[in-house]
Ligand binder design. Structure first.
Ligand code: MG
Length: 289
């Protein structure tokens, strides 16, 4: 069972539930709280596997589950519309360091993407032709569930609300040109639509082991990236601890944990699918303007 956010016909947002391929209106099914955002669930300490199963179990017990069914053709929203920070790590897979001729870093390399980049499942990744090569980067996204500063590594996993799929779209030519001039590579990462995310957000306790998830990215059905989160150089506790030494982490912040080898260029009309085991499949099309 997996939760997502979607837009209703009257432009409201509700929480959807995917159960064995069928979609349900979870906001209505949970008549006690009727949460309309996953952030709200996280803040209310209700974003966990036990709470979600209880709501579904009650609907099954009262034989009302089917009445909450919705179309599988919903308009997806990002699972984190109110996210304030997107913190990213670069060169966190040895294989990706090698393909970029980069040394293995001796401490995490952190940068940000701005929240305007967030793009839902089935949304269109758009960028102007004049910026040159733009790449995909499949990454495991870690969502923060509790405010924290100076979080020790051995407590870091207590701060994780859940996991999602991220595609860290990167204007590669612009990034390298800016690096050559010793300029920040900020702009290459923060074009509108440069952070496809979702469709689902899985509670931390619903994931067997976040350090052992397969990641597969395909363009038009052809595999480009294929690895496992076990290959990260710095693990999730280290990444959380490292970021929280610099800044306060807040509920809903997203940490992008880096991409494995196989990055390649996107072209107009491409269909990019990112799949992470247990987390589902994120699909977006590309439009070059
Ligand atoms: Mg990246």
């Amino acid at each position: 069972m997996r939760l997502f956010q979607y837009k209703t016909k009257d432009e409201n947002r509700e929480i959807g539930l995917e159960k064995e391929g069928t979609f349900y209106n979870f906001s209505k099914m949970d008549s006690k709280n009727s949460f309309t955002s996953l952030i709200e669930m996280i803040k209310n300490n209700s974003f966990n596997a036990a709470y979600i199963s209880d709501v579904v179990q009650q609907a099954e017990n009262s034989k009302s589950l089917d009445t909450f069914g919705i179309s599988n053709n919903v308009e997806f929203d990002t699972p984190l519309e109110a996210c304030a920070k997107i913190l990213c790590y670069g060169v966190n897979y040895a294989s990706h360091a090698k393909e970029g001729d980069n040394p293995i870093p001796d401490e995490p390399i952190i940068f940000t993407k701005t929240p305007n980049t967030l793009l839902p499942h089935k949304g269109v990744i758009e960028f102007p032709k004049k910026i040159g090569r733009v790449d995909h980067e499949i990454e495991l996204g870690v969502v923060i569930g509790k405010m924290g500063k100076n979080i020790p590594e051995d407590k870091a996993m207590d701060y994780v609300a859940g996991y999602t799929i991220i595609n860290d779209i990167s204007a590669r030519k612009m990034q390298f040109d800016d690096l050559d001039k010793s300029h920040p590579w900020f702009r290459s990462k923060s074009y509108d639509t440069f952070c496809p995310v979702g469709p689902y957000l899985l509670p931390a306790d619903a994931i067997s082991d976040p350090h052992n998830l397969d990641l597969t990215l395909k363009i038009n059905g052809v595999v480009k990236q294929n690895s496992n989160t076990s290959q990260m150089i710095f693990n999730i506790p280290r990444l959380i601890a490292f970021a929280s030494e610099i800044l306060t982490l807040n509920i809903g912040d997203i940490i992008c944990t880096g991409t494995p080898e196989g990055i390649s260029e996107l072209a107009d009309g491409d269909i990019v699918t990112c799949e992470i085991s247990e987390l589902g499949l994120l699909s977006n099309t590309v439009k070059v303007l």
